[in-house]
Design a binder for this molecule. Structure first.
Ligand code: ADP
Ligand code: MG
Length: 352
């Protein structure tokens, strides 16, 4: 198929996008002036970020948009138009691109609450002899209270986790190892693991609410693993933290799966990537507002600890008052806040 036919199909799927005066078809798109102040780019490389044996083109399109939506949410913003750059490898044709943009539409439909809108308003299309590379640029609009940066955490803030962690890591293991559901695990729970890998949730509404109500002093999305991303916040803010890891919600099936696969559950919860939860720091007097919003909008939020003086560094505790020994997983030297150690986790024995 011709490049122009492909572009035509993409154009038809995203006929009009809010905030865009001129969409696909000219040398540039024209945006509503002065509206979008946030920009994020995420790239997915075949063989690195996606595996076509484990995910359909629709799944890949969904994830491409979801990862970008998560970045806008992590600034407390609302999503706007996006721009799609395709470098298509030898075995990647029309059907792949059709699936990709269908998955993007489905993600937009499912993850973006009413009142906000995203859609493809332009892009670029090339052929390559190498692996397929997909890159999406998403614009966003910060709330009237301004973007929420990583650098605003203050000692005394509560550390709040919104959404689930360790799900995508479990899902990836199920798919890679071809695991079968055990009879104690409800089908819906098993499917949720797989879905977390293939079609992750992005906390679009939750992030926008944080921005709208000016609730968080610092906010980040958990894409590389909870502790790794927390460390980005602590480093940017010049702070330490004390994390009570047992506060993180874990389904019994999650625990069972980790045990059966000889995985330290902490490694999934604290170091598993690709879940796109949000991690914020919130001054204690605003926590009641978070609980109200969580109830009103039906999302999961949990207080997992406190921002501390930078001299305390980062410490992580289990329910029995023992320190979780992250150095055993390749986190060596990771206890001071301004050190970004390797995340490659070698799971230890002794699940939480
Ligand atoms: P130019 O050569 O001027 O860059 P292109 O042929 O690359 O023009 O693009 C023509 C139009 O098609 C532009 O509006 C561009 O944004 C759009 N476009 C190209 N590739 C894509 C894509 N993958 N997704 C969406 N729009 C695209
Ligand atoms: Mg071009």
């Amino acid at each position: 198929m011709e490049e122009f036919d492909l572009i035509e199909r993409i154009k038809r799927r995203f006929a009009s996008v809010d905030g865009v005066h001129l969409s696909i078809g000219d040398d540039c798109a024209i945006l509503e002036p002065g509206r979008f102040d946030l920009v994020t780019v995420d790239t997915m490389v075949e063989g690195v970020h996606f595996d076509r044996a484990l995910s359909t083109p629709e799944d890949i399109g969904w994830k491409l948009l979801a990862t970008n939506l998560s970045d806008i949410a992590a600034m407390g913003g609302a999503p706007g138009p996006c721009f799609l750059s395709l470098s298509l490898g030898p075995n990647t044709g029309e059907a792949f691109v059709e699936g990709l943009v269908a998955g993007m539409s489905e993600a937009a439909e499912a993850l973006i609450p009413s009142g906000f809108e995203s859609g493809v308003a332009g892009g670029d299309t090339t052929r390559t002899a190498g692996p397929t590379v997909l890159s999406l640029t998403l614009l966003g609009e910060s709330s009237p209270t301004g973007p929420i940066r990583r650098s605003g955490a203050l000692p005394g803030d509560r550390v709040v986790l919104i959404g689930a962690v360790g799900m995508a890591a479990a899902g990836l293991m199920i798919l890679q190892e071809g695991l079968e559901r055990d009879r104690d695990t409800p089908e819906a729970v098993w499917e949720a693991f797989i879905r977390a890998h293939r079609r992750p949730h992005a906390c679009v509404l939750e992030g926008a609410l944080m921005g709208h109500h000016g609730l968080a002093n610092a906010l980040i999305d958990v894409s590389d693993g909870l502790i790794q991303d927390l460390k980005h916040v602590l480093k940017a803010s010049g702070a330490g933290a004390r994390i009570q890891a047992d506060r993180i919600a874990v389904d019994a099936a999650h625990r069972r799966l980790a045990f059966a696969q000889n995985i330290d559950l902490w490694s999934w919860l604290l170091a598993g990537g690709d879940d796109y939860a949000l991690l914020g720091t919130v001054s204690p007097d605003r926590m009641v507002h978070i609980w109200q919003l969580a109830q009103e909008y039906n999302f999961h939020a949990v207080d997992i600890g406190e921002v501390r003086d930078p001299r305390e560094g980062l410490s992580i505790w289990d329910g029995a008052g023992r320190k979780v020994e992250l150095e055993r997983w390749g986190y060596t030297h990771s206890f001071d806040a301004d050190n970004d150690a390797d995340t490659s986790a070698t799971p230890s024995e002794g699940a939480p």
